[in-house]
Design a protein around this ligand. Structure first.
Ligand SMILES: Cc1ncc(COP(=O)(O)O)c(C=O)c1O
Length: 429
């Protein structure tokens, strides 16, 4: 999407000022339910012959504006917002999959998603093969007769590997399965996976899109490009017992998947976004494009500086010329490489914990994408439940520190890290 279009859509898409009482800011419709005109109107809403609001677990006017805006900036046809990024992933997978189905996923995933696929979904008969995503052939080789989706992160958290989405989507097309891309770290301001063949895009809105660390949220965006009548998804081509015999593909067409996420996924799993959170996220979205540029600039500058520090053994940031993913970043992330850096320190696990303990501006906490700078030692926290082999396949080594570089003055950030490094120097002397 062109920069001009993005900036305008991020401020205006989905908000019809006239039908929202002339409000310049998007109002918070803090209501659970909506009064029907009469019994026929109610019946029409429930049988989908008329559009409208029924109950906030299914839809809400504030959420609706956020949904239209997010679909517009990702280039999708429609979206559904959810209570968190995890809810977006789970609701998507549980809408598409049933016991006996199989996922091929990148091994380089956020720890919570890895656990969902590796431990929780198998309890319900849904299994995953994790593959090294740096070679798209690995996806092909992992496909089974019961494979129904490919799942990846465009810019892996915390491995920071930039994926070759074009190559992976070619494999997904060959096997007639949708490619689901979690685009949280890259954000739609830097990368639009749909342009490279993604069929479904997911975000944790908790991160850069809201940007202020106040509100959990998630979104599922449908590109409208997947052919659900390929034979692998009879739940779209046969009458749905979950919605009085509705044949989604025939009645709803290209938007069949996202309709099912709302009318069965939100209805049955219940992970709806609070309208108040939708409002907060809309405030953040207004400035996403300028914030993510600054996050990217600060992160590149800090990564270059880290390379020169004695206590630092390695640095990963896809904007660094020396980085393994620099070439892919030039292709997929030319506008900036986002705000996450990982690096190792001399002395391994204990030194990394010391650095995380000693910074003052960088807050020690489990989040990314806040305007404030954040630090964490994943091996002892977010990835603690994984064994060492699993940790390493998700990109987490014992000495790894993850920074989410905020919008503060860059010299202050360097001074803060330098002071924490001096404690490591004392430890490893
Ligand atoms: C890449 C990615 N996807 C999904 C999530 C989950 O989002 P949430 O915390 O909003 O459930 C996270 C959280 O850190 C993440 O980093």
């Amino acid at each position: 999407m062109s920069a001009q279009k993005f900036a305008t859509e991020a401020l205006h898409a989905g908000h019809d000022v006239k039908t929202n009482g002339g409000t310049r800011a998007v109002p918070i419709y803090q209501t659970t339910s909506y009064v029907f005109n009469d019994a026929d109107h109610a019946a029409n809403l429930f049988n989908l012959s008329e559009p409208g609001f029924i109950y906030t677990r299914l839809n809400n006017p504030t959420n609706d504006i956020l949904e239209k805006r997010l679909a517009a900036i990702e280039g999708g046809i429609a979206s559904v917002v959810t209570a968190s990024g995890t809810a977006a992933i789970n609701t998507t997978l549980l809408t598409l999959l049933k016991s006996g189905d199989h996922i091929v996923a990148s091994s380089s995933l956020y720890g919570g998603t890895y656990n969902l696929l590796n431990v929780t979904l198998p309890r319900f008969g849904i299994t995953t093969t994790f593959v090294d995503p740096s070679d798209s052939e690995n996806f092909k080789n992992a496909v089974q007769e019961n494979t129904r989706v490919f799942f990846v992160e465009s810019l892996g958290n915390p491995k920071l590997d930039v994926l070759d989405l074009k190559a992976i989507s070619t494999e997904a097309k060959a096997y007639k399965v949708p490619l689901i891309v979690d685009n949280t770290v890259a954000t739609p301001a830097l990368l639009n996976p749909i342009e490279y063949g993604a069929n479904i895009v997911i975000h944790s809105l908790t991160k850069y899109i809201s940007g202020n660390g106040t509100s959990l949220g998630g979104v599922v965006i449908d590109a409208g490009t997947f052919d659900w009548s390929s034979g692998k998804f009879p739940e779209f081509t046969e009458p749905s017992p979950g919605y009085h015999g509705l044949v989604y593909h025939d009645v709803i067409g290209a938007a069949a998947f996202i309709a099912k996420v709302r009318i069965e996924g939100l209805r049955d799993y219940g992970a709806a976004l609070s309208p108040f959170n939708a409002f907060q996220i809309l405030q953040g979205l207004e400035t996403l494009e300028i914030r993510i540029k600054k996050h990217s600039e600060n992160a590149l500058s800090l990564a270059q500086w880290l390379l020169e520090q004695d206590e630092v053994t390695w640095v990963k940031y896809p904007g660094l010329k020396s980085d393994a993913y620099y070439k892919l970043a030039e292709e997929y992330l030319p506008k900036g490489q986002s705000g996450i850096i990982t690096f190792g320190v001399k002395g391994g696990f204990d030194s990394a914990k010391t650095v995380a303990n000693e910074t003052e501006i960088f807050s020690l906490l489990a989040n990314i994408g806040d305007s404030k700078s954040l630090i964490i030692h994943p091996a002892s926290t977010t990835h603690q439940q994984l064994n060492q082999e699993q940790q390493e396949s998700t990109g987490v080594t014992q000495d790894l520190i993850r920074l989410s570089v905020g919008l503060e003055n860059i010299e202050d950030l360097k001074t803060d890290l330098k002071s924490a490094f001096s404690k490591v120097a004392e430890r490893v002397k």
